[in-house]
Each structure stands twice: as structure tokens, then as C-alpha cells.
Design a protein around this ligand. Structure first.
Ligand code: FAD
Length: 463
């Protein structure tokens, strides 16, 4: 799109949304997401900041009328370039839709707007004795709308499920600009096809989420984590399978491999022995008695082959352990300044193979690799560490990622467990799904977005 057209576009959108609601398309902070660590940056014609759901509908309507692409944007923490405008169009940021419309603690539910920060929703629930479990590591920056659009997980998805499990209804803007409610404060609803679930995880390619009804549960009274260190992935993965085999219901089971432990060990709350090269981090929650019992059971199973177990019990130390876990991704990035980080998922009995093969793939491409992630869900953040100033290294890492996707599929897994396809995994669905399912994927897109203007070029089954 030309500069003149973009200027008149900004003027038209300003007339629609009011002064101060439109930023120039060159505003840098809206042109990238967490894939900036692999040098991905887009370009836009304008940034729209609607104030409410009606304004979102008007923006989508205007763009649809004028054949302008719409790129919905939440907190911009995505790891797949989903919120990055590829080739112009309007970045539609939901950041001003921050209202809690209802919070009914006695009925365990809330209705909140899409731009609410995930951690704020979790805090509001807590203040009312309730729990909103989804806890992506980006919770202080990501938005509920972005979490819905990616069906985000996090450590406690192991016990409580991913974002979609907590959404009972959605308010969305569908093409060509209709504000529609699907579901609501309902704990069950099987009328019609499950359009709500189609929207969840659709990465802004089928519509724009403006609000959601979420269900909540009474907050667990206590949560007690423990971190066990092992000499290698074989011992660590055996311990993970022992947790499951013993019938212990942990709230979270996380892992870090040797490279991830090396990148983060300096910041770990206690000193780690030299032979600590694999970590299992598990959490026990429930009533005080229940959490203490599960914690003890976990300690017994995890201690068997561990070289060290760190089991904090006071609130300050527990927070320090989770803060350290939340910093793992950044600590790995800091190793070389950049990274190509993926999120494959495999059946739990193939976890060790996927962890070891990640490092082997890196070796084959001459790139240092490591992984960490949500072990209980078989979800690996397999990562290739790179120097961003070395384009050859980035290229090798992208090739390594291709091999990693092939590995996930070969192990009976998937190319994405929680981050989605976005831009960086386009085409991978066709490698994983049978042709009829791929055709259905494409037909759904055409049905929701006949002009192909909703986040174009993202979540493509085939390229
Ligand atoms: C440090 C770090 C840790 C992370 N940890 C986790 C983790 O544990 N689990 C996990 O699942 N992810 C994790 N992520 C990835 C990321 O935070 C999630 O994918 C998150 O859900 C993205 O939310 P967002 O609001 O930032 O969305 P954005 O990055 O802004 O957008 C993501 C996608 O959703 C679309 N979108 C955004 N808002 C809307 C809307 N209202 N309507 C329609 N489409 C929309 C965008 O177009 C884009 O395709 C992590 C990221 C970082 C940087």
C-alpha cells in the first residue's frame, strides 16, 4: 500500500475511532512480537486502538469494506509471529479493552474483556478466593484475548488444562464486522457446532475476540513446589514417568535439560552441584493437608535417583523458585543474544527421545541447542541459540527447526503444543495431517473470512 493511501487510511480510521485512537503504521512496538529474537519485524499502514467492542466491530467493518488486512494484537508476547503485520494492513490492538464486566465469586465465574492482562485476571480471582489456572510464563504481559487466540498453556495446564478449558463463552467480531456472542456464562452448551472451540486457538485468522466468559474454581489453599536434579535426561525422564506411574496428581511437572540448566543455574535459589544436569520441577496443590501429602509423595519418588532436591516451604522461597522458572526463556536468550525456540509436543513416553534428539539436531546443524518445558504434557520448548548478527547461523537454526518438526511428527506428536503456527510454522500442518483434514482446515478459513483479510498469511496449513 502506498504512503498516500496509508495517510488517508489513518484519517478514515481516526474519523471512525476518534482522535488519539490511531497511531502511524511505523510505530515500532507494534511491528514485532517475541519472534524479534529471530529477527522478525513487519510493516503496517496504521495501528488502531479501539476503545470498546463496538469500535472493534467498526474497525473490522471498515477494513473489510476497503479490502485492508486486519492483524489482531494482544500483548505481543507470541512466539510465532502471529501478531506481526506481514505486509501492511491495520494492526488492531485490544489493549484498551481492559474491563472486568462481571465477577461473580459466589458463582465461580467472570466476564472480562480481551485486553485484560492474564496476571491481572489471576490476581482478581485470587482476591476473591478463586483461581483462574492458565499461567503462561508471559502472564504479566499477555492478554486474555491473546491467550484465547493461541489457546495458551503453561506449567499448571498439566492438572488444570489449557486456556480453552476455562472459556465458557466468547464475544467476537466476525467478518464483515459483526459483533457476535457465542456461549456465555454456561457450564455446558452443545447446541450447534462448537464454534467457540474453533475460535479458540485460531490466532486471529477467523475473528477478533473482544470479551470472554471464564469459569473459575476455589483457589487451592496451598501450593508446594519441589525441584529435583539429575545427572542426565534418562534419570530425569524416568522420574517423571514414576510420578505418573505412582498415581500422584501433581499440579505441574516441568523439566529443564542440561543446556537449560546451564543457562539458568547461576540464578537458581540454591547452589547446584556440578553433576546436576537435568531438572524436574513439580508442584503439589490443594488443601494444606492434601498439598503436604502430595508434596511428600513427590519428594519420595523424585528423590530416588536425584543428586539434589530443593523443596522450599516458605512463601518467599516458593515465589523465588517460580520467578526463576519464569526467567528461564530470557536466560536462554541471553546466552547468545537470540534464539529460534519451538514448542513441539510428543507422547509422554517419547519425551526423553525428543529431548536428546533436540540436542543432536542442533549438533548436526552446528548450533547449540537445549530444551525445557511442560514435561507432564510432553511439551518441549526446543531451542536453538543464535547470534542475531550472524545470518548464516539464523539460517542453520531455521533448518534445524524443520528437522525438529519432522521429529515431532515421526514420534507421533505435533509441531505445536501451545504457541500455534503463526508465520513461522506455516505449511507444517500439511506434513502432520491427512489431506482431507487439511482441506477442511482451509475450508473453515474461507467460511469465516471469504476475503482472506483476517491476519492473512498466518496459520496456513499449506504454503
Ligand atoms: C517469556 C515468555 C513465556 C511464555 N510462556 C508461555 C507458556 O508458558 N505457555 C504458552 O502457551 N505460551 C507462552 N508464551 C507465548 C505467548 O505468551 C502466548 O502465546 C500468549 O498466549 C500470547 O498472548 P498475547 O496477548 O501476547 O498475544 P499476541 O502475541 O499479541 O498474539 C498472539 C496471536 O493471537 C492473535 N490475537 C491476539 N489477541 C487477539 C484477539 N483479541 N482476538 C483474536 N486474535 C488475537 C494475534 O493475531 C496472534 O496471532 C510465552 C511467551 C514469552 C515471551
Amino acid at each position: 500500500m502506498s504512503t498516500t493511501a496509508s495517510t488517508s487510511l489513518e484519517r478514515d480510521l481516526t474519523a471512525l475511532l476518534g482522535a488519539g485512537s490511531v497511531l502511524p503504521g511505523t510505530t515500532r512496538s507494534y511491528l514485532t512480537d517475541a519472534t524479534e529474537s529471530r529477527n522478525l519485524r513487519g510493516k503496517a499502514d496504521a495501528i488502531a486502538l479501539p476503545a470498546d467492542a463496538d469500535q472493534v466491530a467498526r474497525t473490522v467493518g471498515w477494513c473489510y469494506d476497503h479490502d485492508v488486512a486486519i492483524i489482531p494484537r494482544g500483548g505481543g508476547t507470541g512466539f510465532t509471529g502471529g501478531a506481526v503485520p506481514l505486509d501492511g494492513g491495520v494492526v488492531l490492538s485490544l489493549e484498551r479493552l481492559r474491563k472486568t464486566r462481571h465477577l461473580d465469586p459466589e458463582l465461580w465465574r467472570a466476564a472480562v474483556e480481551a485486553g485484560v492482562i492474564t496476571a491481572d485476571l489471576r490476581r482478581r480471582a485470587r482476591e476473591n478466593g478463586l483461581f483462574y489456572p492458565p499461567d503462561p510464563g508471559s502472564a504479566e504481559q499477555s492478554q486474555l484475548g491473546g491467550n484465547i487466540a493461541t489457546n495458551a498453556g503453561g506449567p499448571h495446564a498439566f492438572k488444570y488444562g489449557v486456556t480453552g478449558a476455562w472459556i465458557t463463552g466468547l464475544e467476537v467480531v466476525l467478518a464483515p464486522g459483526e459483533l457476535v456472542r457465542i456461549g456465555g456464562p454456561l457450564r455446558k452448551d452443545v447446541a450447534g457446532y462448537d464454534i467457540k472451540s474453533l475460535m479458540i486457538g485460531s490466532e486471529g485468522t477467523l475473528g477478533v475476540v473482544t470479551a470472554a466468559w471464564v469459569k473459575l474454581v476455589p483457589a487451592p489453599e496451598t501450593a508446594l513446589p519441589l525441584a529435583a536434579l539429575y545427572p542426565d535426561s534418562a534419570a530425569g525422564c524416568a522420574a517423571i514417568e514414576m510420578i505418573l506411574g505412582s498415581g500422584i496428581v501433581a499440579a505441574a511437572i516441568e523439566y529443564l535439560d542440561a543446556g537449560a540448566v546451564a543457562a539458568t543455574r547461576g540464578a537458581f535459589p540454591v547452589e547446584l552441584p556440578d553433576n546436576a544436569r537435568f531438572m524436574v520441577l513439580a508442584d503439589a496443590d490443594g488443601t494444606a493437608d492434601e498439598a503436604a501429602r502430595i508434596h511428600e509423595e513427590l519428594n519420595e519418588v523424585l528423590s530416588e535417583q536425584a543428586v539434589l532436591v530443593h523443596a522450599p516451604t516458605d512463601a518467599k522461597e516458593i515465589n523465588a523458585l517460580w520467578r526463576w522458572r519464569d526467567g528461564a526463556s530470557l536466560a536462554v536468550t541471553a546466552q547468545r543474544g537470540g534464539k529460534v525456540s519451538e514448542d513441539i509436543v510428543v507422547p509422554i513416553d517419547r519425551l526423553q527421545q525428543a529431548i536428546d534428539e533436540t540436542v543432536e539436531i542442533g549438533r548436526r546443524h552446528d548450533i547449540e541447542a537445549c530444551s525445557w518445558g511442560h514435561a507432564g504434557d510432553g511439551n518441549l520448548h526446543s531451542t536453538f541459540m543464535i547470534d542475531l548478527d550472524d545470518p548464516a547461523e539464523l539460517e542453520r537454526a531455521e533448518h534445524a527447526a524443520e528437522d525438529l518438526f519432522a521429529l515431532a511428527i515421526q514420534l507421533g506428536g505435533s509441531v505445536s503444543g501451545e504457541h500455534g503456527i503463526g508465520l513461522v510454522k506455516n505449511g507444517q500442518i500439511a506434513a502432520q495431517w491427512q489431506p482431507a483434514a487439511v482441506a477442511m482446515h482451509e475450508a473453515i478459513k474461507r467460511c469465516f473470512d471469504p476475503k482472506g483479510l483476517l491476519n492473512p498469511g498466518k496459520k496456513l496449513a499449506r504454503v
